[in-house]
Ligand binder design. Structure first.
Ligand code: NCD
Length: 311
């Protein structure tokens, strides 16, 4: 594996499977009453969050702590970033503090890539602008494999605001590498210009895609990133691209429904569908900790056994 995790496009099939299999081993630890492993004792993980986040930040923090790393949480609000300090100066400060890994979320696509040229430790992309969110895609793949037993050959629909979604790009690249067939479903205005070069199919018709899908991954409509009118109204969007009870009924019996959160209940997904037993939304959050433990372990401590000595 490479030293940094910036894009799922950098992962080979073997890299990706190693992360998922390591996460599977680590999931056993999460079921114990004492969840902590000594694996990353003495290592420092810095969480550098320039953009709001609930689950991703908490999840990385829990993952690093369960591996006994020292964790430093840094959020742009209340730091010298609000006084205009640059990403580079912030990075050099972290470097001086001896960070072994920097987990970064930033509103600018490409920020983790730049950061990787300035620090000696590993950089983990926790979401950069509209570009990528690799650990989200890994936890999604992990969640699918746990529910359905495989990824190879599965038909996966990724539905909604693809244009603004880093989750969509990371998932398309990873799921393709792992042998799944992905179809993006969105109105033409919510697809990126270069989507034709992505390894997936495109459809504008959710009703045609649903009956053929094993997994339906709904994306949040990212109103905070919209600077123009991409669809006539929320109601109209929901009518054509929302997953409500009627559409859910058209899925085959084993199909599952996913969402990375946070959800706009009633817009891209109805509350009834989100809370159904075939929705993996809560599992995705729990699996996020395990998958991030696997990523931190493989980037920082890779040569020692993950669970050795703690049994
Ligand atoms: C996603 C994100 O921040 O990219 N959320 C997450 O990490 N769980 C998706 C979103 O914001 O819609």
């Amino acid at each position: 594996m490479k030293r940094h995790l910036i894009s799922t496009g950098d992962l080979t099939r073997d890299d990706a499977l190693l992360i998922l299999d390591t996460a599977e081993e680590l999931a056993r630890v999460s079921q114990r009453s004492i969840k902590k492993l000594p694996t990353l004792r003495g290592r420092t993980v810095v969480n550098l969050f320039f953009e709001d986040s609930t689950r991703t930040r908490i999840s990385f923090e829990a993952a690093a702590k369960r591996l006994s790393a020292d964790v430093i949480n840094f959020s742009a609000k209340g730091s010298s970033v609000s006084k205009g300090e640059s990403l580079k100066d912030t990075a050099l400060t972290l470097e001086a503090m001896g960070a072994d890994a920097v987990v970064i979320r930033h509103s600018a696509s490409g920020a983790p890539h730049r950061l990787a040229t300035w620090v000696r430790g590993s950089v983990v992309n926790a979401g950069d602008g509209t570009h990528e969110h690799p650990t989200q895609a890994l936890l999604d793949a992990f969640s699918i494999r746990r529910r359905l037993g495989r990824l190879e050959g599965l038909k996966i629909a990724v539905v909604g605001d693809v244009l603004h979604s880093r989750v969509a790009r990371s998932n398309v690249l990873l799921l393709h590498t792992l042998g799944a067939e992905v179809t993006l479903v969105a109105p033409p205005t919510l697809l990126p210009v270069a989507v034709g070069t992505w390894p997936c199919q495109i459809s504008y018709d959710l009703d045609a895609v649903l009956p053929k899908s094993d997994v339906v991954m709904m994306l949040r409509v990212q109103l905070e990133r919209m600077n123009a009118a991409y669809f006539p109204s929320a109601r109209e969007y929901s009518r054509r691209y929302g997953l409500d009870r009627d559409r859910f009924a058209r899925l085959h019996d084993d199909a599952i429904v996913m969402h990375p959160g946070p959800m706009n209940r009633g817009m891209e997904i109805s509350a009834e569908v989100a809370d159904s037993p075939r929705s993996t939304i809560v599992e995705q959050v729990a699996n996020g900790v395990t998958v991030r433990m696997a990523v931190l372990y493989l980037l920082l401590g890779g040569s020692e056994p993950a669970i050795g000595g703690a049994e």
